[in-house]
Design a binder for this molecule. Structure first.
Ligand code: PEP
Ligand code: MG
Length: 613
């Protein structure tokens, strides 16, 4: 669809006598992938999210049924085509696409819609909506969280069928002739991947959160996106002009000329700022006075490797291995895991990869591994506790990891350690697995650095003892903050209390670094804090050896490191650790940071001020 046509369509939506310029408004969602983009919206999916509900003549039932079944067949063909086209880039999503094909072929959606058309004499779109509603109720009653979450797939495939019924063509992105911002209730990861080759400025969805897979793909591609904007498909129509702020999650609808000027200026500033920062991606992370700290990336899927290396990661400091388990109904077998880890290690070599063993439970569920709903999952059978409970699963993963070790530079670490006994038990298991592999004649790398995550207060208290048992520590501040401050990291009611700058957290990091260094081991940090420009000077001053973060943060963090000095950041830490409250610390940093790093922080893109207020 050409831009002119988009604009024409948009005017159709405004009632006669409506003001020439609709009132500007701001909608709020989750900033999924940074960048400011300005452009007209192209709604993909049903006709601007709404389709006509029609009663049909009994004589039309067969024709309506055929129209529906044809749309379903085309949806299946589209998904199968995506699977063929992107099998390599989307290896991790293949099971998702397969599930969606199955849903389309399955009785509850296909057969029920056909029955509803025949019984109620309503059009296919409406009948499908009814069928989806029935399926929603069935899913809502399912105790198994894996299955419950699969309702999201039902919605995504139904969206695809609605789009085809609306005659919007086989390709959801084909309409984008001119640069547009795409809007849909949701996009599948496959749709998102294809946006790169089209003239898409960014996208906007009603569903999804910061960690949904569509979001991860968007970030990987550097495609600005805002997700989870309530009712956006009702409130925004094709042709509406919007400004999308991918870092803050704000969407400005019908901006005035003055506002547009402002955002264009911000966009120019951001653009030149990102270009400047991009130059830092491949410079060594060394301070002015020669202090070196490794800057690595956190990833959860092989798809992210290329972006991580492009953004300048010196290795993968945290490979979250959960995805292979949560994306499947079946447990992955040793060969599947081995193939995935081999590819991971080989593609990152000669740089190191730290694979963290399964951290299932807490906010990461998978029914394939028999996670049963617990009242208090964050304090329950999570991470290493789960691995001990299911030695079959643990050993299969360890075998796969060790077998892959000869294809690159492997480090292995274990999550949520809370005592020395757990480390001893891990050592027994790994020794047995290694012995077994040796007996079978399978090669394993000679030196594999083995570490533990420090993310529970008891591990901090015992850090000096634990340090004698392992090769490195990696501080998981996401959990350490949760467990130290008693703040559930996924509970929105206490989210405002989740505080990396709480003096208790900073003292704990200091204690772990000191204990690790006293025992001669390296101390890394891989929580979100590592990629936060507000925390960087403190982490440098605290003496961490490695910071592992979201790939996008790497150039910004490197730039800041290169304009810091070890001496100055150590003095800052002494000053800050003498303070008794987070408020005092924030107040101090709000004054110190812009004075000390005026250029590094001189962009709205980093949003740092909001985190200090
Ligand atoms: C952490 O807890 O800081 C961490 C990196 O692990 P995850 O976020 O996967 O729990
Ligand atoms: Mg953790």
């Amino acid at each position: 669809m050409a831009f002119g046509e988009i604009m024409k369509n948009s005017r159709k939506g405004h009632p006669a006598g409506a003001p020439e310029h609709p009132l500007p408004r701001t909608l709020y969602g989750t900033g999924a992938s940074p960048g400011i983009v300005i452009g007209p919206v192209l709604r993909v999916g049903g006709a601007d999210g709404r389709y006509r509900r029609r009663r049909i003549d009994p004589a039309q039932v067969d024709k309506e049924t055929a129209r529906f079944l044809q749309a379903v067949d085309r949806a299946v063909a589209e998904l199968e085509e995506s699977r063929r086209q992107f099998a390599a880039q989307l290896a991790d999503f293949v099971p998702v696409l397969d599930t969606q094909v199955l849903i389309l072929k399955d009785r509850p959606l296909r057969q029920r819609t056909v029955e509803i058309i025949a019984r109620e004499k309503i059009n296919a779109e409406w009948a499908l909506e009814r069928a989806v509603e029935e399926v929603r109720k069935i899913f809502a009653a399912i105790a198994d969280p894996y299955f419950r979450e699969r309702f999201h797939d039902v919605e995504q495939v139904s969206e695809r069928v609605w789009r085809l019924l609306a005659g919007n063509g086989a390709d959801p992105l084909a309409g984008a002739g001119e640069p547009v911002i795409l809007l849909a209730r949701d996009f599948s990861p496959a749709d998102t991947l294809r946006m790169k080759s089209s003239r898409i400025l960014g996208f906007l969805t009603e569903r999804g959160g910061a960690t949904s897979h569509t979001t991860i793909v968007a970030r990987t591609l550097g495609m600005p996106a805002v997700v989870g904007v309530e009712n956006v498909t009702r409130e925004v129509a094709t042709g509406d002009l919007v400004v999308l702020e991918g870092s803050t999650g704000r969407v400005h609808l019908h901006p005035t000329e003055d506002q547009l000027e402002l955002y264009r200026e911000q966009q120019r500033q951001e653009q030149s700022y990102s270009e400047q920062v991009a130059r830092f991606a491949h410079l060594p992370p060394v301070t002015i006075d020669g202090l070196r700290v490794r800057v690595h990336a956190n990833i959860e899927m092989a798809e992210e490797i290329v972006a991580a290396l492009e953004y300048g990661a010196g290795g993968i400091g945290l490979f979250r291995s959960e995805y292979d388990y949560v994306a499947r109904r079946q447990l992955p077998d040793e060969e599947t895991l081995f193939a995935a880890y081999r590819e991971l290690l080989a593609s990152v070599a000669p740089f190191p990869v730290t694979i963290r063993t399964l951290d299932i439970g807490g906010d990461k569920f998978a029914s394939a591994v028999g996670w049963g709903g617990e009242l208090n999952p964050a304090l329950g059978s999570r991470a290493i506790r789960f691995s001990f409970r299911r030695p079959d699963i643990f050993r299969t993963q360890l075998r796969a990891i060790y077998r892959a070790s000869v294809y690159g530079k492997l480090k292995i670490m274990f999550p949520m350690i809370s005592s020395v006994c757990e480390v001893e038990r891990i050592k027994e298991t790994t020794a047995e697995v290694l012995h077994e592999l040796k007996r079978e004649g399978r090669p394993v790398a000679g030196e594999i650095s083995t570490g533990i995550m420090i993310e529970v207060p008891s591990a901090v208290a015992m850090a000096d003892v634990l340090a004698r048992e392992v090769d490195f520590f990696s501080i998981g501040t996401n959990d350490l903050i949760q467990y130290t401050l008693a703040i559930d990291r996924v509970n929105e009611h206490v989210a405002h209390m989740y505080d990396p700058l709480h003096p208790a957290v900073l003292r704990m990091i200091r204690q772990v670094v000191e204990a690790g260094h006293a025992a001669g081991i390296e101390v890394e940090l891989c929580g979100e804090m590592a990629g936060d420009v507000v925390c960087l000077p403190l982490l440098l001053g605290l003496g961490l050896d490695e910071l592992s973060m979201h790939p996008l943060a790497i150039p910004y963090i490197k730039r800041m490191i290169r304009n810091s000095t070890g001496e100055e950041t150590a003095a800052l830490v002494r000053e800050i650790l003498a303070m008794g409250s987070s408020r005092e610390i924030r107040h101090y940093l709000a004054d110190y940071l812009p004075r000390r790093y005026p250029e590094e922080l001189g962009s709205g893109r980093l949003n740092w001020r909001e985190r200090l207020c």
